[in-house]
Design a protein around this ligand. Structure first.
Ligand code: PLP
Length: 407
């Protein structure tokens, strides 16, 4: 089963040796956020210790060193996503801010009252609420593409929703509740044939599947650093340069300007036009370190190993009476949501916590989907490549004990 040296990998993540309530931590909440390897933690310290200075405007040595590191980090992100140019990489605070940026700027530039935006039933709140806010501002109509009972998009229905009125389709690459891997390349092609732009929410995908934005032909692709072993507070918006050029700035302030008078401002070139204020030049460099770390291990190996964990855990869970796995798509990533008849997910999560197992319970920031599924919430386990089969065995044993207590 082992595709790489798990002991060495686990040693890279100091938090995995922590104990909770005196028990070894079993961290199965990776879809919420991932743990950080030492190289990322050390990089943050190194940047603050050896090269901290505000970037871009400084003539002095430190500022130039920090600027170079930040711009090299942008290139690392561009390479990681297969982007044509680092100009197409905008640093944001995360997926949420990236989507808000597009929802604001794209609708302002390209949409008029009565135009439509399409998203899907499996979206995270981050890919619903910004569009509702934009729709309210601009008088847009929102359409929601349905999923089937396995948690897969119904492509024929999606196709029907994409009409001459649709200006943009926005959807998750991978669902954070169902684990469904959407066939985004095919979907983007479908939308493009009708002249519709597509935003892909890659929050759950970047750490678990290779992404190449040029191959996908995505117009926008967004993700958060903290979900791919990088720090919190930094994220990415990839946009095709010809599109980003057309969009108005999202926020005003320093960095995003070319020339300012009391009356008028002209804006900076890409990508700085979208980066008002002092950027997170420590986060960007630490994110690049995380991406290099992942690249060195190999995203295909990671995906393959995580898939083995997914299959193993799924088969073990299905041995448990009254188990209902929510999300049984043919193409899934290592996220498993489940409910047990007669037991509230919150109670299970709370008891599991006492055994050292960190799971997530609730609506996973996807309340409309949870309502649609007619469950009070789910228990969600989600794996990273540092998780092990032994941890799954321990979790299953504890889960059975918790169920026995709660039944
Ligand atoms: N989209 C999806 C599919 C997610 O899973 C998440 C986080 O869980 C987000 C968006 C929001 O990410 P962030 O909170 O890092 O902005």
């Amino acid at each position: 089963m082992e595709l790489f040296n798990l002991d060495a990998i686990r040693a890279d993540f100091p938090i995995l040796s922590e104990k909770v309530y005196g028990k070894p931590l079993v961290y199965f909440d990776n879809a919420a956020t991932t743990q950080k390897p030492l190289c990322v933690l050390n990089k943050i310290t190194e940047v603050y210790t050896t090269q901290n200075a505000n970037i871009h405007r400084g003539v002095h040595y430190l500022s130039q060193k920090a600027t170079m590191a930040h711009e090299n980090a942008r290139q690392t992100v561009a390479d990681f996503l297969g982007a044509r140019s680092s100009k197409e990489i905008v640093f944001t605070r995360g997926t949420t801010e990236s989507i808000n940026l597009v929802a604001t700027a794209f609708t302002e530039r390209f949409c008029k009252a009565g135009d439509e935006i399409v998203f899907t039933q499996m979206e995270h709140h981050a890919n619903i609420v910004p569009w509702q806010m934009a729709a309210q501002r601009a008088g847009l109509i929102l359409r929601v593409a349905p999923i089937n009972e396995r948690g897969e998009l119904i492509l024929e229905e999606l196709d029907k929703l994409l009409t001459a009125k649709t200006k943009l389709l926005t959807l998750a690459h991978i669902s954070n509740v169902l684990g469904t891997i959407n066939p985004v390349k095919e979907i983007i092609k479908m939308a493009h044939q009708k002249g519709i732009r597509v935003l892909i929410d890659g929050a759950q995908a970047v750490a678990h599947s290779g992404v190449n934005v040029v191959d996908l032909d995505a117009d926008f692709y967004v993700f958060s650093g903290h979900k791919i072993y990088g720090p919190t507070g930094i994220g990415v918006l990839y946009g095709k340069s010809e599109l980003l050029e057309e969009l108005p700035p999202y926020q005003g302030g320093g960095e995003m300007i070319q020339n300012v008078t009391y009356e008028k401002t002209t804006y900076n070139e890409l990508p700085y036009k979208f980066e008002a204020g002092t950027p997170d030049y420590v986060g960007s460099v630490a994110l690049a370190t995380a991406l290099d770390y992942v690249t060195n291990i190999g995203i295909e190996r990671i995906a393959s190993y995580e898939n083995e964990l997914l299959e193993y855990a799924t088969s073990k869970l299905l041995e448990i009476p009254d188990m209902r796995i929510i999300g049984t798509a043919a193409h899934k990533c290592s996220v498993i949501s489940f409910v047990i008849a007669g037991i509230h997910p919150f109670d299970l999560g709370t008891l599991l916590d006492k055994t050292g197992v960190a799971v997530r319970t609730g609506n996973h920031c996807a309340q409309p989907l949870i309502d649609l599924l007619e469950v009070p919430g789910t228990v969600r386990i989600s794996f990273a490549f540092y998780n092990t089969r032994e941890e799954i065995d321990y979790f299953i044993a504890q889960l059975k004990r918790c169920i026995a207590i709660l039944k």
